[in-house]
Write a protein that binds this ligand. Structure first.
Ligand code: 5GP
Length: 190
């Protein structure tokens, strides 16, 4: 999506540790008109996937997931982050290593909200090492739900995680695919 690349070039900031800051339009201050365009694009890309539910992780995935869910006319579920694995029997839980905070946490959903009848579109703001995605896929697995696609705003292709998952047959669509980034240059996959 050309507009996403342009937004990143105009407003993105590369921080030490391979972190791209997009707080001005996606992560803190949300450009709602642009969010609507992103949702339309994801809705078009996954129109034939039979999506019945959108699943993301709090907090930065929620706005995108909500916009996609509204555009596709399906409910939106977000996994909560817990520091401990101390959860009751009515939940599914999976461990995730956080790229940005370098710590482990658990992602948790109520088992009544994710079932074997669901055809799930996973949504997130970034795909870096794929840890968050693996956690969400694990939750779907536990519920017997089918993952029919993955919608990512910005993929950091240089980690190789996205391509590895594609090779395994996952349908992943990323609106911007970054091949390399430094504080002076960001190169996108063409
Ligand atoms: P992964 O689990 O794929 O390693 O990382 C994805 C998660 O880490 C996303 O949910 C996202 O919130 C966060 N993340 C990874 N890389 C970046 C980045 O460069 N910038 C920001 N803002 N978040 C990131």
């Amino acid at each position: 999506m050309k507009q996403m690349e342009e937004k990143i070039l105009r407003e993105g900031q590369v921080l030490p540790g391979d972190i791209l800051k997009v707080g001005s339009f996606l992560n803190q201050n949300i450009d709602t008109e642009f969010l609507g365009q992103m949702a339309q694009e994801f809705s078009r890309l996954f129109a034939d996937s039979g999506v019945t539910k959108v699943l993301t992780i709090e907090a930065s995935g929620i706005a995108i997931a909500a916009a996609v869910g509204m555009e596709m006319g399906v409910p939106v579920l977000f996994a909560k982050k817990h520091r401990t694995s101390n959860v009751d029997g009515n939940t599914y839980s999976a461990k995730v290593h956080s790229f940005t905070h370098n710590e482990d946490y658990n992602v948790v959903v109520s088992s009544s909200y994710l079932t074997k009848d669901d055809h799930v579109l996973l949504v997130d703001d970034f795909l870096a090492n794929g840890q968050a995605l693996h956690g969400l896929m694990d939750l779907c697995d536990q519920a017997g739900a089918e993952v029919v696609g993955v919608a990512i705003a910005i993929e950091k292709c240089f980690t190789g995680a996205g391509d590895k998952l594609r090779e395994q047959g996952l349908h992943i669509e990323s609106l911007a695919m970054i091949e390399s980034m430094t504080d002076s240059e960001i190169v996108f996959r063409s």
